[in-house]
Design a binder for this molecule. Structure first.
Ligand code: PLP
Length: 231
């Protein structure tokens, strides 16, 4: 299959999942696909753009910076962990940082974004399944970090992200997605003044249809578009 055909089939699967989803007042009825281009070269980004996608997702800052010098994408998304010493490179490039996971990181993003005269959009990464191997904060810490970010003039909280545990049976991920949706809906009700809680980033190749059924409006898909990564 060509990449364009893969993108078409991902879109169709998303539409079928949306039809199964109960209408969601909190995440709307459209889903944006992020083409996860990590470990793919810049030409893969080009092909994804040609297939109609506008957002490229990378999990390493340096890899994204290198590719962005070779190909122009309308949006670059950082989906991997961000170390404070990489914030200086990350802020000028990324439309959305999905991996905010500490107050310290938020303050560093604020400092760098202020210098650039940018308002940096971020998602808080939540470790819903409480896995030791995953980054992200505990569900109970989300509101406090959200309030901290809400007070920062150059950082804008735009929603939540999670990476579910990998299961052969994607159904098993459903409770984790449902939990993140619950936290998201709660956050939308919280009286935040400078935030815009609109994006719920959950679902990857293995489980994006389940994530969409549970309310995702941003999915991060690599393998289903580009095939297996070669490490
Ligand atoms: C690699 C990666 C993805 C995409 O994974 P696939 O299984 O190839 O779709 C999505 N999200 C994050 C955070 C990733 O690191």
């Amino acid at each position: 299959m060509t990449i364009a055909a893969n993108v078409a089939s991902v879109k169709q699967n998303i539409n079928l999942a949306l039809a199964r989803r109960r209408a969601s007042p909190v995440t709307g009825d459209t889903v944006k696909i992020i083409a996860v281009t990590k470990n793919q070269d810049a030409s893969a980004v080009q092909v994804a753009l040609a297939a109609g996608l506008i957002a490229a997702g990378e999990n390493r800052v340096q890899e994204a910076v290198t590719k962005a010098a070779q190909v122009t994408a309308p949006e670059w998304h950082l989906i991997g962990h961000l170390q404070t010493n990489k914030v200086r490179q990350a802020v000028p490039l990324f439309t959305l940082i999905h991996s905010l996971d500490s107050e310290r990181l938020a303050l560093e993003i604020e400092r760098v974004a202020a210098k650039h005269g940018k308002r940096q959009d971020v998602l808080i990464q939540v470790n819903v399944a409480d896995e030791d191997t995953k980054f992200g904060i505990a569900p109970g810490e989300v509101e406090a970090l959200a309030r901290t970010v809400d007070a920062l003039p150059h950082v804008r909280l735009a929603g939540l992200m999670t990476i579910a545990p990998y299961y052969d049976d994607a159904e098993k991920a459903r409770p984790h997605f449902r939990e993140l949706y619950r936290i998201f809906a709660h956050l939308k009700q919280a009286k935040l003044t400078n935030s815009s809680i609109e994006w719920l980033s959950m679902g990857m190749t293995n489980d994006y249809t389940v994530a969409v059924e549970e309310g995702a409006n941003l999915v991060r898909v690599g393998t289903a578009i580009f095939g297996p990564r070669h490490y």
